[in-house]
Every structure is written in C-alpha cells, then in structure tokens.
Design a protein around this ligand. Structure first.
Ligand code: AKG
Ligand code: FE2
Length: 395
C-alpha cells in the first residue's frame, strides 16, 4: 500500500489507483488450482469460529474467541462464524424476499428503483451496471449479478440515540431527496421491508459485538470502538447471481458473477444461500510457491462469512488482511449412476446478503495505538470519504 502524505482528495484518488495496481499484480500471478502433489489439508482455508463463548460474561472466554479472530485476520482476513445469534427466521426471510424482489418485480418496477436516480448508489442495479473491479468495465463480458442496495438510517438501528447524528458518506445529512433509501411498493412486495428491517437490526448488533472482539484481538480495551459506531456506516445489499445454462457456460470454465475485489469498509458480514460461487484469493504461502491461490469459500449452512475490508486493513497498518475475492458461476459435472457417463449441468442461482460495516462516516480517525499496530503508514482520513471514493470508481 502507498505512503500518502496529505489528506487531500487527490491523495485518496492516488491511493485508490495504487490499490488497483496491487489488485492487478495479485491477479496476474494467481494460481487457479493447487500445484501438483500438494494435499488439500495443507492448502489455506477459511476457519470456522464458534461465537457462543463470546457472548459469555467471562472475559477469558471472550479473549479466547478474540485470539481465533486475530489468527484469521492476520493470515487471510476471512473466517466463518457459527452461533452468531442471528435468528433463523431473520436469515430465511431476507433470502426469501431477495428471491421475490429479483423474480416478481417487472423490469419497469425495478427501473423505478434504479441507482441512477440516487446520489448514494441506493436501489436496484441490473447486470453490467457496475463493475466492482474497474478494470472489468473494458471487458466485453459483464458481471452477471443483479443487486439492491440500502444504507444505514437511525430508524433501522434499535441502538440509535438522539445524541448520535448520522451523516452520509459525503459528510452531509441523509435526508435530502435522491439520497435516501428506496423501497419497492409494499402493494407488490408487502413483506419486503419488514424482512430487511428485522435482519438489519440483528446484523448491526452482531457487527458491534464483533467490533468489541476485534478490539480485544488487537489488545485494545474491549469498548475501544464503541464511540465510533454510534451511527455507523452500514450498507446492505441483496445480490442475485442468475443460474447459467450449459450453453451459457459453453466452452468456459466459469462465468463472472462479481469481479475480483477487496471490500472497502471495516469488515463485511456475508449471508448466502448454500450455493457455491464465492472464491477467495488466498495470500501467497510456501505451499503455493509464493503465489496467491484461488480457492472456493466453504459452504457451511447456518454460518456467516466475515472478512476484513480495506479501511480496517489501513487502520491496523496492514496487520489485518483485506483479501481479494470474487463470485463465479461454474458448470456442475456429475457422473450418471446408470451410464457411468459424465453429465455437465449449468450452475444454480446464488443469492447473498453482504453487510458492509464501517465506523461512523464522519469520525476523524486517529491511528491505532503504536503498541497495537506499530507506527501507522497511512494517511488519516474519514471513513466516509474513503468509501465514497472507492464506490465512485465502480460505476
Ligand atoms: O455474493 C457474494 O457471495 C459475495 C459478495 C461480495 O463479495 C460483495 O458484495 O462485496
Ligand atoms: Fe466483497
């Protein structure tokens, strides 16, 4: 990552460009399959962390979970969490409403909610409307994903207090026209907003809980980040990766759902259906001949996937890794029991609900203590300015 010396917007732009260079060089050297004779067990993977002890009143139990988080964050920055406390009904309902949104609304109804009507990327995106990896916008193949985006509102946050005044990515109040969240007509999707509201309240609370564990994992006071998450950034997204028929996949090992990227905020909490597609570019190790390697993210029903994002990576001075990932559709090859012949089927649909958690967008971010992360190499900036510049590079 670059050494920036001022907090002028041009410096953020330079940093965004430098980030893109890192992405390019990582992708250029990446392995798409393991080197010969390397056993599966020695390849990098995503650890599963049981969060149950982190809700205990025992500080030692919370420290033990924090130690596992530190281990994951200093290696690949990805981990999965079980017993996270989000209810099954909240996860089932939001995934069901995602399916209804993408299938039941007509193109005209979706278009009324299109992000081009909104200054803060709220609303619906069709396939090809945005490229999470700006380099992909010059390719002839578009990302297959469709999306629906919304952001934090005090009314969606059960812990919001009147003392905490939320500002948007650009430091301005949220309420002006064309900047607010947009929702489908309740006459068409009556249970949509309530499913979002229920899930969002729970994922927000879980994110604040995780931030306390991140604080412990960095040997900081457990409440270190609390004052910075009173009116946090929290962009939620519904994503739909349509199934691809064998014909659509013909001649290709994969079709791009969402380009290779790192996330921008502090960390992401990802809920998805149990369909494959998410792939992680694990950082180089001895086993891979010092090359980054693409590996599928494990499918563990009932878990959420957590990954460190760029702002936390910069804030921890590079100690916690923000790792490149993408979503691709691949053909499913199986062997027909009767004939013994290989049968190639298309890919199945995937739905996911990422939640991108940031500290308060208007917080002046001080470097973390030297004892925790060393002398910071990064320029100070507000979380909102940074995320906005990264989003602007994608459309
Ligand atoms: O859909 C997924 O599984 C991953 C989504 C993702 O990486 C993102 O939206 O940043
Ligand atoms: Fe992502």
């Amino acid at each position: 990552m670059p050494h920036a010396t001022t907090s002028q917007p041009s410096t953020i732009l330079e940093e965004v460009q430098a980030n893109q260079e890192v992405l390019r060089s990582r992708l250029a050297g990446a392995l798409s399959s393991p080197p010969p004779n390397v056993p599966e067990s020695s390849l990098p993977s995503v650890p599963l962390i049981d969060l149950a002890p982190s809700f205990s009143s025992s500080l030692a139990a919370r420290h033990a979970v924090a130690a596992q988080i530190r281990q994951a964050c200093t290696t690949s920055g990805f981990f999965q969490i079980a017993n996270h406390g989000i209810t099954d009904s909240a996860t089932t309902n939001i995934l069901a409403q995602a399916e209804r949104f993408f299938h039941d609304l007509t193109p005209a109804q979706k278009d009324k909610l299109h992000i081009r009507h909104n200054q803060l990327f709220r609303g619906y995106e069709a396939a090809g409307d945005s490229y999470v990896n700006p380099d992909d916008s010059t390719e002839t193949e578009t990302e297959t994903k469709e999306g629906f985006n919304w952001g934090y509102e005090p009314s969606l946050d059960p812990e919001s207090t009147s003392a905490s005044s939320y500002v948007e990515l650009d430091g301005q109040p949220p309420s002006a026209p064309y900047r607010c969240n947009v929702w489908p007509d309740p006459g068409i999707l009556p249970d949509f907003k309530s499913a979002i509201v229920a899930y969002y309240a729970q994922v927000l609370s879980l994110a604040r809980h995780l931030f306390r564990l991140f604080a412990l994992s960095l040997k900081l006071d457990e409440t270190y980040f609390d004052a910075l998450t009173t009116h946090p950034g929290g962009i939620g997204r519904l994503l739909y990766y349509p199934p691809q028929s064998p014909e659509q996949l013909a001649g290709k090992a994969s079709k791009l759902g969402l380009g290779a990227h790192t996330d921008y905020e502090c960390f992401t909490l990802l809920l998805s259906t149990s369909h494959p597609g998410l792939e992680i570019l694990f950082p180089p190790t001895d086993v891979t001949g010092d090359k980054p390697i693409w590996r599928p993210c494990p499918l563990r029903p009932g878990t959420l996937t957590v990954n460190v994002a760029d702002f936390l990576m910069r804030w921890t001075n590079g100690l916690y890794k923000s790792t490149i990932h993408r979503v691709v559709s691949r053909p499913v090859v199986s062997v027909d029991a009767a004939t013994g012949q290989e049968v190639t089927k298309g890919s199945e649909a995937r739905y996911s609900v990422p939640f991108f958690f940031s500290i308060n967008y208007d917080a002046e971010v001080e470097p973390l203590p030297v004892e925790a992360v060393g002398e910071s190499r990064f320029v100070k900036m507000k979380a909102g300015e940074y995320v906005l510049e990264r989003l602007r590079a994608t459309v």
